[in-house]
Design a protein around this ligand. Structure first.
Ligand code: ARG
Length: 266
C-alpha cells in the first residue's frame, strides 16, 4: 500500500483559453469549461479511489488557469512557499492560494519575493528539490526556496518553450527516481540528470508532446495522460500501476494531471 497523499485541487468552472502565455494556448480555438470539468472530476475520482485525500480551493471568475493548482505554492514539511506568477494574467492566483493555506491553519507560510510558479517548477524528492528555470521561475527563487525549506534545491535549465514548467518535462516516480524528456533540458542539465538518476525512465519526444510527463505518482500508482502509450508501458514494466486519464481539454491550456494537483506535504 502506498502512503496516502493529500492534494489540493481547483474545479475548472471558469476554465477557458482567452490569452496565450505558452505555445499550447490558442485563444481563437478556445476551450470548453463543461468538458474540462467532467475530465477533471474523473481525475479527482482517480485520486480518491487510490485512497488519497483531496481538498478544494474555490475557483475565482476571471482566473481561467486557476485549475492548475500545482502552480499555487510549494508545500514541504508543512512549510508553504507561496507563488509569484511570471505573467500578469495569473498574478492574482498567488495571493488566492496563499490565503487558502492561511485559512486552513498552516502557520509556516512565506510570501515570496522572487518570481516562481510553485510545483510547476519545483518537484520534491526524498533528499532534494528539483527546480526548473528558463521560462517562468527565476533562479533567485530557487535560492529563496532552499533557504525557507532547508532542503537542497537543484537548478535545471529548461530550453524548449513547449516545456515551460519543469513538471511538463519530468516527474518523480518515487522519492528517489524520475522520468523525463531530455530534449526539454540544456546540455548541462541533461548531464546533471544522468548523474543523479542513472536509472531514470527516459521519455520519447512523442510521449512528451502529449504531456505524458505531467504525471502524478505516489510511488506505486502513476496517474498519466492516456495518450502517453510507450511511457505507460515502460512504467508498467518497472512494476508501477498505471492509471490513464483523459485531460485533453485542459491540454489546450498546456496542462495535464500534475498541473491540476498541488501536493500538500505535512
Ligand atoms: N496555462 C497555464 C500557464 O501557462 C498552464 C499551467 C500548467 N501548469 C503546470 N503546472 N505546468 O501558466
Amino acid at each position: 500500500m502506498a502512503p496516502t497523499r493529500h492534494y489540493l485541487m481547483c474545479r475548472p468552472d471558469h476554465f477557458t483559453v482567452e490569452y496565450a502565455i505558452n505555445p499550447w494556448m490558442d485563444p481563437s480555438a478556445g476551450a470548453d469549461a463543461a468538458t474540462a470539468v467532467s475530465q477533471w472530476e474523473r481525475l479527482k475520482g482517480a485520486y480518491e479511489e487510490l485512497g488519497h485525500k483531496v481538498s478544494l480551493i474555490d475557483p475565482i471568475e476571471g482566473l481561467p488557469d486557476m485549475v492548475f493548482a500545482a502552480n499555487g505554492a510549494l508545500v514541504v514539511g508543512g512549510r508553504v512557499y507561496g507563488a509569484r506568477f511570471a505573467n500578469a494574467e495569473r498574478a492574482a492566483e498567488g495571493p488566492a492560494y496563499l490565503r487558502w493555506f492561511v485559512e486552513n491553519g498552516f502557520e509556516k507560510v512565506m510570501e515570496p519575493t522572487e518570481t516562481n510558479e510553485g510545483e510547476g517548477d519545483f518537484l520534491t524528492l526524498d533528499e532534494v528539490v528539483l527546480a526548473g528555470t528558463g521560462f517562468r521561475t527565476a533562479i533567485t527563487a530557487h535560492k529563496e526556496a532552499q533557504e525557507f525549506l532547508g532542503r537542497p534545491v537543484v537548478t535545471l535549465q529548461l530550453v524548449d518553450p513547449r516545456y515551460y514548467h519543469l513538471d511538463t518535462a519530468l516527474f518523480p516516480i518515487d522519492g528517489r527516481n524520475v522520468a523525463y524528456y531530455p530534449g526539454a533540458f540544456s546540455p548541462g542539465s541533461q548531464e546533471v540528470l544522468r548523474r543523479m538518476f542513472p536509472d531514470a525512465v527516459i521519455a520519447s519526444a512523442e510521449d512528451a508532446a502529449v504531456l505524458g510527463l505531467n504525471a502524478v505518482s505516489d510511488g506505486h500508482n502513476v496517474v498519466i495522460n492516456v495518450e502517453a502509450g510507450d511511457l505507460a508501458l515502460e512504467l508498467k514494466r518497472r512494476g508501477l500501476n498505471v492509471i490513464p486519464v483523459d485531460l485533453s481539454e485542459l491540454r489546450k491550456a498546456g496542462g495535464g494531471p500534475k498541473c491540476c494537483t498541488l501536493e500538500i506535504r505535512a
